[in-house]
Design a protein around this ligand. Structure first.
Ligand code: HOC
Length: 367
């Protein structure tokens, strides 16, 4: 795996080993994929302003996330059905996170169960990503199992009243391959995603089982059934972030769902400052995901107020190429790039980062 030294290289190599339907599903964004491109371009519009001769000490990337110590401010976002990328799927991903000392988030729509992942990676800091199902007993069951299995937080996805329109999945008539199951539902709900042959089975699944009538009251309900911290995932507005906090969330994950829900929404990094500003008087942490593909991207997000940054697709590319070793490689690439960035930008630790270290490119527009 050492031959790969950038996330871009991992992505390109993974594209040639993944089966077409899986590759299309992982890669695609909503409709015209403008936001998918903007997630990356918006990072490129930001400029780092390094500080010189600051008396650097050994680079220390460690930080805490919701009270848990992690080796760097990069964690793994939830992505569904990871056994389409590699036979070891979520197990390999979680074990890599454990080895590298970062957070792993398991998707509700995983192809390995809450308990299997907990057993395979007992020391990893694990979060469970939750969708609220029409059937609240299904939802409650998932939450209580995650709590019992030692997960440290619930990342509640709030941006999926219906499933985004992803043309590649429609063209492919996406179905979950026959040999795979949505493992968290074994024994009490369908474990299959099946297309009738007229479009994506994903849309049918979500539109049949997820509750689009949800309000912030359901977040209060969720707050009442678990002691785990709740992270609101999928927030792009300051006022929604405040509503999430008032409903009992301990953290906000600024996210446009990998640009997979609605095209035309802001890049996650563009939405981050508004959310950070809106909740600055509350005792909550703010994270972001979406388009993060270099150590400098991570640094820019930290500078704009993120406590940590999460990556979804890069983990899938690593997974496809080398299972656990591939995800470890992906994390090592981020670690190396982040260390370079800290050193050359003039910071020895996360605490040294100051707001003035990043500006929008327009600050230099007179040139
Ligand atoms: C089976 C339904 O977050 C995505 C994931 C999964 C969403 C629900 C899949 O594809 O964006």
């Amino acid at each position: 795996m050492e031959k790969y030294i950038s996330i871009k290289e991992l992505e390109e190599a993974a594209a040639s080993v993944l089966p077409k339907a899986a590759r299309d599903y992982y890669k695609s964004g909503a409709t015209d994929e403008q936001t998918l491109q903007e997630n990356k371009r918006a990072f490129q519009r930001l400029r780092i302003r390094p500080k010189c001769l600051v008396g650097l000490t050994d680079c220390n990337l460690r930080t805490t996330v919701l009270g848990n110590e992690v080796s760097m401010p990069v964690g793994i976002s939830p992505t569904a059905m990871q056994r389409m990328a590699h036979p070891d799927g979520e197990i390999a991903n979680a074990k890599a996170a454990e080895k590298e000392g970062v957070i792993f988030t398991l998707s509700t729509l995983a192809t390995s169960s809450i308990e299997e992942v907990a057993k395979a990676a007992p020391r990893a800091v694990k979060w469970f990503q939750l969708y609220i199902y029409n059937d609240r007993e299904v939802t409650r069951n998932l939450v209580l199992r995650a709590e019992r299995a030692g997960y440290k937080a619930i990342a509640l996805t709030v941006d999926t009243p219906v499933f985004g329109l992803r043309r590649a999945d429609v063209h492919n008539n996406f179905s979950l391959p026959q040999h795979l199951r949505l493992s968290n539902f074994e024994g009490f709900l369908s474990t299959k995603i099946h297309s009738s042959g007229e479009g994506s089975g994903l849309n049918t699944y979500v539109n049949n089982l997820f509750d689009k009538s949800l309000t912030w009251d359901e977040v209060k309900w969720l707050r009442s059934i678990t002691n785990l911290p709740i992270i609101a995932k999928g927030i792009l507005r300051g006022d929604d972030a405040v509503k999430a906090v008032k409903a009992g969330c301990s953290a906000i994950l600024v996210s446009n769902h990998g640009a997979r829900q609605l095209d035309g929404v802001p890049a996650s990094i563009e939405a981050l400052p508004e959310v950070v500003e809106a909740v600055k008087h509350y005792n909550v942490e703010v994270y972001m995901d979406g388009g993060v593909s270099t150590g400098t991207d991570v640094f820019k997000a930290l500078t704009l107020g993120a406590k940590a940054v999460f990556v979804g697709r890069p983990a899938l590319w690593g997974l496809a190429l080398g299972g656990q070793a591939g995800v470890e490689r992906m994390l090592k690439i981020f670690r190396t790039e982040l260390e370079y960035t800290f050193n050359i930008a003039g910071t020895s630790s996360v605490a040294d980062i100051t707001k003035d270290m990043v500006v929008h490119e327009s600050a230099y527009s007179k040139l």
